[in-house]
Design a protein around this ligand. Structure first.
Ligand SMILES: [Zn+2]
Ligand SMILES: [Zn+2]
Length: 242
């Protein structure tokens, strides 16, 4: 963190953790409302697309995923890295919620429980390493397009409605690029070879493709260096290709 502050003197750990915590609540709220548009301005287009695809799949099945009584216990920066173009900051979030999925018709719980459970997730944000924190600190949402100055309206592919500028590419401010479950997260190995299929928006974890969950059929990311991943939908352990 000290090294990062040398490059970005106005960066504040506390402010970033507050920002991450606000983003966490807003994104969970958007997810619960089954409409990601309120999170358009601070989620990478790739991740936004994945959220939307997951919500669409649940809708098609007549299911609703609820996150009741969401509470955040702690948010802590655990890793700062750079890939030669973007800076990545990962925060460890300890939270609790009643996470369950209901069938819309019957109202019955088909997965999870109404009992709040603690959980840990690693959220990775990225920003171009050409960008520095402004004197006022890290703002979650700017009110104006950073490119054209129009009132900010970010569409579902991360572009300003007025000028088409890619607001959520990380070229202007921090955007959420990846969420990793505690069971599969590990620090980014600096020496890891980079496969050809590097996704620039995978938060330093390289997405090799998608594998299908054998239990429920959902598409699960195949992450570089990860051999077993928990299915985001049914919780089954999915063996990835490596
Ligand atoms: Zn604009
Ligand atoms: Zn599954």
């Amino acid at each position: 963190i000290a090294a990062f502050k040398q490059r970005d003197p106005y960066f504040s750990e506390q402010q970033f953790e507050d920002f991450a915590s606000t983003a966490f609540f807003k994104i969970q709220q958007a997810w619960a409302m089954r409409n990601m548009s309120s999170a358009n301005a601070f989620v990478s287009p790739t991740l936004l697309q994945r959220f939307t695809a997951q919500l669409d799949q649940l809708k098609r099945e007549g299911r609703v995923n609820r996150m009741d009584n969401l509470a955040v216990g702690s948010v802590e920066i655990v890793e700062i890295s750079n890939d030669g173009g973007n800076d990545y900051i990962t925060v460890k979030i300890n939270a609790s919620a009643a996470d369950y999925t209901i069938d819309e018709k019957s109202g019955k719980i088909v997965a999870g429980s109404r009992q709040p459970q603690p959980f840990t997730e690693y959220w990775t944000f990225l920003r171009s390493d050409q960008v520095k924190t402004k004197a006022g600190g890290t703002a979650l949402e700017s009110k104006q397009c950073p490119n054209c100055g129009a009132p900010l309206q970010v569409n579902a592919i991360g572009k300003c409605d007025y000028c088409g500028s890619e607001v959520t590419s990380g070229a202007f401010s921090w955007v959420l690029s990846e969420i990793t479950q505690a069971s599969v997260w590990r620090p980014r190995a600096a020496s890891a070879p980079r496969p050809e299929t590097v996704s620039p928006l995978a938060g330093g974890r390289y997405v090799l493709g998608l594998v299908q969950c054998p239990q429920c059929g959902a598409n699960v990311q195949d992450l570089f260096g990860v051999t077993r991943e928990k299915c985001w939908r049914c919780g089954a352990i999915v063996e990835t290709r490596q």
